[in-house]
Design a protein around this ligand. Sequence first.
Ligand code: SF4
Ligand code: SF4
Length: 263
Amino acid sequence: MTTGYVIMSPDSAGRLRTLALSLGADYFGIADLAPAREAIRAQGGERVAQYPRSVVAGIRLQDSIVDLLPEKDRAGAILYRHAAYDVVNTALDQIALRIANLLQCEGYATFPVPSSERTSDEKIAGPFSQKLGAHMAGLGWIGKSCLLVTPDHGPRVRWVNVLTDAPLKPTGSPVKPRCGECTECVDICPVHAFTGRVFSPDEPREARFDAAACDRYYQQLGKEFGVDGVCGMCLWACPHGRKRGNEQRLDPHENSLKKYPQW
Ligand code: SF4
Ligand code: SF4
């Protein structure tokens, strides 16, 4: 595999960013995964741990769709599943495919991580944590909810990663948790799935989150509504996502959205 942080060609990172944004990404980053290699191996094995870097893209969720979550009814669950899962995941998978194809054409190994596919029922997880990639790229911090919290839109963003050996320069480094004394996600969880512990790279997810309890609750809601279950109250509650007045637009020269100019 190629190693070293030499940009593969003068404009390669810029081309990847432009491609991602042109396909609808609101966030873009490049992560150095080396510091998290053991955690990555523990989750997905060597098939994913072999890649030293990741290209990360994120799409912001629609506030009107996220704000359906507290209503807890069948129609709201169907609408949320469609708009916040199915549509966004398809868009993220397309972004990942195009990024992976571009890198592969340049001769690099790539692994586009499916936007939302559980590959281990035992771990209740996919092959690679999308949130970890975004965290390592400097796009936000891991909150007490175990979600990736962006400074501008909280956890209301879905992510995709393309793992690669391309010698791309990282766009940032992990952001320290900024949850402070807040416990809104912890308090609102109906099954008390969070311990309230602040994220530490040295601790397994189990120290902070009972994924099985959350999973059982989804199944229970699914039976009640007769459709795939939706909860997401930890995502809805985060004050970093609920704040308003920060509507933003794409800036192709930055890693995330920039504020609209005053009209
Ligand atoms: S999705 Fe719901 S049940 Fe699962 S952790 Fe979040 S608040 Fe708790
Ligand atoms: S709700 Fe509060 S504690 Fe939970 S992730 Fe957001 S800021 Fe952190």
